[in-house]
Design a protein around this ligand. Structure first.
Ligand code: OOG
Ligand code: NI
Length: 464
């Protein structure tokens, strides 16, 4: 039950995302440069497409331009993972989805902490992609033990942060003053620390085994490693980043550009080397980068299977070299493969490939007069009484995520065997992850029921 004097979880999340953005912009100057490019290209895109602004305003996305959509952290132990779960719960963020990245050679598994209701997503969509290091996938037993020992010593939450998490768990919410304090305290967990907790020698040993281990184990906490802005034209941002020397990754991850976007396209500028101090010596570590994303319609299990198949075929036919030299060939092959993915809403819907939201059209504005119950749902849609809109994909893609990891971790490290283990992840998390497909299916079904009810034709839903 919520209490009148509690700050809303949406408000706390919005405060947190603003605070994170401010902190990151002050810490990573290149991120400011990227944000500048994104803003310029958004403005240019809007100027060239008047209908776009109206569309964005209608679905609540216009006011969210220029506001971070997500960030990412990597934690080292089950205790840290369950701790961040409790922290994100204060802001109305639940773990959604299980991502196995070992399949792509990265020794982590992950979830996304995010708001789950349409309303909360509209108020502030900020989420944190969170990965748990899997030491059990590392062959060297001595190194594994050493990493575990170092991790067991660190405390990633301030004492006051833990108190406020407990207060919220006990009372069901935080008042406004506590909420402000909570955001300031939570920020400490994700801040960059320029001093490593180990010697340069230990760091190098971890780095050689796998660069991810060095990044997770050798620091005081799970520094935020990137923030991500939405873009209205990700290909233009990619070109502009390259032109301005921001060193973007070789390819845009995800599906190709389409008339009707699906899932999620992402790119990032590569992590920069930053000076750090090891016990006694100076060195450098590359961790932090900036990312942009452009989202499209959420796919059903059937649509997702088709996407996965076409992406795998692309990677088999034209794999991207680690130096990115054959990126053009990859992008051309991607375009060729995805010809097999229908690119209009009617076909996507008719073939059950994507999720849609339904809205009743006011009688006066529908062209065909009063809705007729006998027409059934599809009939009402055909006669313009129901508006059909794509449901936006709010989650992540494991192959894309692995590509983002790899372009920022740098070369080297042992190979990792594929080994998904959702049960172990949920055990560490201390909770089940929410099934993202169930969320989309529920959003579609409830909009359908509400639409029929609004049209006064509950009986018309004969399943047509
Ligand atoms: C997370 C990479 C995944 C995305 O957008 O797919 C991610 C990481 O590098 O820790 O954020
Ligand atoms: Ni990301």
């Amino acid at each position: 039950m919520t209490h009148a004097s509690f700050a809303s979880t949406d408000t706390i999340r919005a405060m947190f995302s603003v605070a994170m953005s401010r902190m990151y912009r002050s810490e990573v100057p290149r991120y400011r440069d990227m944000a500048q490019i994104v803003a310029e290209i958004d403005a240019k895109t809007l100027a060239g497409d008047f209908a776009l602004e109206e569309r964005l305003k209608r679905d609540g996305r216009f006011d969210l331009l220029g506001i971070e959509r997500h960030g990412a952290i990597r934690v080292g132990t089950p205790e840290e993972l369950s701790g961040v779960r409790r922290l994100f719960a204060v802001m109305g963020m639940s773990p959604v989805g299980y991502y196995d990245l070992s399949a792509a050679g990265v020794p982590v598994h992950s979830t996304a902490f995010r708001p789950v209701t349409d309303e909360a997503l509209r108020r502030n969509p900020f989420r944190i992609f969170t990965s748990l290091l899997r030491l059990e996938l590392i062959a060297d037993a001595d190194l594994r033990r050493e990493a575990a020992t170092i991790l067991a010593r660190r405390r990633i939450f301030t004492p006051r942060c833990l108190q406020l998490i407990e207060t919220r768990e006990r009372n069901g919410g935080l008042d406004e003053k506590e909420a402000h304090e909570f955001v300031a305290q939570a920020l400490e967990t994700f801040r960059w620390h320029g001093e490593a907790t180990v010697s340069a020698m230990v760091y190098d040993a971890f780095r050689k085994t796998h660069p991810l281990i060095a990044d997770v184990v050798c620091f005081k906490g799970p520094h935020i490693n990137h923030l991500t802005l939405p873009s209205l034209d990700i290909d233009a941002v990619q070109r502009s980043m390259a032109a301005q020397g921001l060193n973007p990754k070789a390819i845009v991850e995800g599906p190709p550009a389409r008339a009707h976007p699906i899932l999620l396209r992402q790119t990032s500028f590569r992590a920069i080397e930053e000076p750090i101090v090891f016990a006694g010596e100076r060195g450098a570590h590359a961790a932090r980068f900036g990312e942009i994303e452009q989202r499209g319609v959420a796919l059903t299990a059937k649509g997702r299977a088709l996407y996965d198949r076409l992406l795998a075929a692309t990677n088999a036919a034209a794999p991207v070299a680690s130096d990115g030299s054959n990126a053009d060939r990859y992008m051309a092959e991607l375009g060729r493969q995805f010809i097999a993915f229908p690119d209009d809403d009617a076909t996507l819907r008719a073939q059950g490939l994507a999720f849609f939201r339904y809205l009743p059209v006011a009688e006066s504005s529908s062209r065909r007069g009063a809705p007729s119950l006998a027409d059934g749902f599809e009939g009402l849609a055909r006669t313009g009484h129901i508006r059909i809109e794509p449901i936006l994909y709010e989650d992540f893609l494991p192959v894309s995520a692995a590509g983002i990891f790899q372009s920022n971790l740098g070369e080297g490290g042992q190979s990792i065997a594929a080994n998904a283990n959702r049960a172990a992840f949920e055990e560490a998390l201390g909770a089940r992850v929410v099934d993202e497909l169930a969320l989309y299916a529920e959003a579609e079904a409830s909009s359908r029921a509400a639409t029929l009810e609004a049209l006064g034709s509950k009986g018309a839903d004969s399943g047509a």
